[in-house]
Design a protein around this ligand. Structure first.
Ligand code: COA
Length: 217
């Protein structure tokens, strides 16, 4: 047990927030005080894993700067909240499950980023801010993952890949080595991407093809 654990507020109270609470517990550095959701999004349930859901931060943020983490899976909502955060007395942290394997320097993982259990991050990988790497992902050496990307369970990235800002890789996606994806690319479950694609598209299939162009974010 770590003495004098600092209090932390988790921003969000859905399924992703539940998993993030477990990561914070496993890290053992922080004492979860509450999960925060603004009034208009407050769910019908009152607690998550026994932690209270609150809709008012004033009680916690009036005195000292509190550690916090945004636990919202939707990339665009996570980005919106991240823009609002400076209005509050909160300091963002990153969360890395101790059962993931990080073969690079933790400094190369941005603030607000969350890495779930049993993922492997290769050497010289650069991960931006507010990225989600879900369970059992493998991120090949020298890859670059830009801000606000969400990588869901079981995704495998070869070495030297680039995943552009705000992109979403659904479960089981495979990205070939050195492939570069633009910003806001949504890749459908189990797709195999063997060449580069630009911004604002949905990809599906093996080999992956563009199935739809989408609005930029
Ligand atoms: C990539 C993905 C996220 C796209 O979802 P989305 O952005 O919500 O887009 P939609 O589901 O509206 O799909 C857009 C269009 O592409 C089509 N499409 C989506 N996936 C497709 C696929 N694998 N093959 C063919 N067409 C597909 C849809 O039918 C839709 O067509 P329409 O515009 O003619 O109606 C979705 O295909 C997917 O893989 N979801 C799995 C999510 C997941 O893994 N979550 C894990 C959470 S832990």
């Amino acid at each position: 047990m770590v003495a004098n654990k600092r209090p932390i507020i988790i921003w969000g109270s859905g399924g992703h927030a539940k998993s993030v609470a477990r990561i914070i517990e496993a890290e053992g550095k922080y004492d979860i005080k509450a999960l925060y959701t603004p009034k208009e999004f407050t769910p019908s349930y009152k607690t998550v894993l026994g932690y209270p859901i609150i809709d008012d931060l004033s009680k916690f943020t009036s005195e000292e700067v509190l550690p916090s983490i945004i636990a919202i899976g939707e990339n665009n909502i996570r980005e919106k909240v991240a823009q609002e955060l400076p209005d509050y007395n909160l300091k963002e942290i990153k969360a890395v499950h101790p059962q993931s394997i990080i073969l690079n320097d933790l400094d190369r993982i941005g603030t607000g980023t969350i890495i779930h259990a049993q993922s492997i991050i290769g050497p010289d990988v650069i991960i931006g801010k507010h990225v989600i790497i879900s369970a059992q992902c493998s991120i090949g050496h020298d890859s670059i993952i830009e801000d606000f990307v969400h990588i869901t369970p079981g995704v495998r990235l070869g070495g030297g890949t680039l995943i552009g800002r705000g992109s979403f890789l659904a479960m089981g996606v495979v990205i070939f080595p050195r492939v570069r994806l633009g910003k806001n690319v949504r890749v459908s479950a189990n797709a195999v991407v063997n060449k580069d694609f630009g911004d604002n598209v949905i990809l599906a299939g093996n080999p992956a093809k563009i199935i739809k162009k989408i609005a930029s974010i």
